[in-house]
Design a protein around this ligand. Structure first.
Ligand SMILES: [Fe+2]
Length: 183
């Protein structure tokens, strides 16, 4: 039995979401500790911190799934990944801009690091796009008549957004329905 969406709309949903945020912060914290340990040549400590970070991230994703944030059924899953691929493309541009701003502020080393994140986003866009080509059913591969773009993260929603409830949020960045613009 899977946990998908079981907590959505129930009393426990808010508590589960709070725990999800806590685990996400925990993941970020352990990854930061891993970087510090690595810089101090404590590779075993870095490996352990990375493992703990991954566990926190996996826990967070379980809670997100439990609250129905991500799709589970085949068609919905690949429709989601298709939109996600667009958000990753958009992410590359956004991160490059961020890198430039950081550079202008005089933080050259951090700017170079952030630039590598932009390349990672590009790679994520390519990987997700290839997976859509390989696995998505034809109904998903064809472009729907209506497409809405999240003006914050670039996630593309295909279909009838009007039919979504007023409390609909972007599955990637969590912003409300109002930030979506028809393409
Ligand atoms: Fe978004």
């Amino acid at each position: 039995m899977n946990s998908y969406s079981k907590a959505k709309g129930t009393e426990i949903e808010k508590t589960i979401k709070e725990q999800m945020q806590a685990e996400l912060s925990g993941a970020g914290m352990y990854f930061a500790l891993a970087r510090s340990a690595k810089e101090q040549n404590m590779d075993d400590a870095a490996d352990n911190f990375t493992k703990l970070a991954n566990e926190h991230a996996a826990q967070a994703s379980f809670y997100a799934e439990f609250c129905g944030r991500y799709p589970f059924k085949k068609e919905e899953l690949w429709q989601f990944v298709k939109g996600l691929s667009k958000a990753e493309e958009c992410g590359e541009k956004m991160i490059l801009e961020l890198s430039e701003k950081v550079k202008e502020s005089g933080f050259n080393e951090a700017a170079d690091k952030i630039k590598t994140f932009a390349s990672q986003h590009k790679h994520h866009a390519e990987v997700t796009s290839e997976l859509v080509k390989k696995y998505a059913p034809d109904s998903v591969k064809q472009n729907a008549k209506k497409c809405y773009v999240c003006s914050i993260c670039g996630f593309e929603y295909e279909g009838d957004m009007e039919s979504e409830p007023e409390n609909f949020t972007c599955p990637i960045c969590g912003m409300p329905k109002s930030v979506f613009k028809q393409k």
